[in-house]
Design a binder for this molecule. Structure first.
Ligand SMILES: [Zn+2]
Length: 57
């Protein structure tokens, strides 16, 4: 088994510690609305070191 976690790196400070990178919902970009009418947001990464928000590939 190889690790499936794709390495994410903060483009601003170079932090690539997964414990300091958190995925969160980008409330400005709605992907679609579910059948219940609740919005499903795009995901983005937040750097715990510098607070930078960036897109995950
Ligand atoms: Zn950073």
């Amino acid at each position: 088994m190889t690790e499936s976690w794709k390495r994410v790196k903060c483009p601003q400070c170079g932090n690539e510690n997964p414990r300091k990178l958190h995925e969160e919902a980008d409330r400005n970009s709605v992907l679609y609305y579910s059948m219940q009418g609740t919005p499903v947001y795009k995901r983005k990464m937040k750097c715990g070191d510098c607070g930078n928000l960036f897109k995950k590939n």
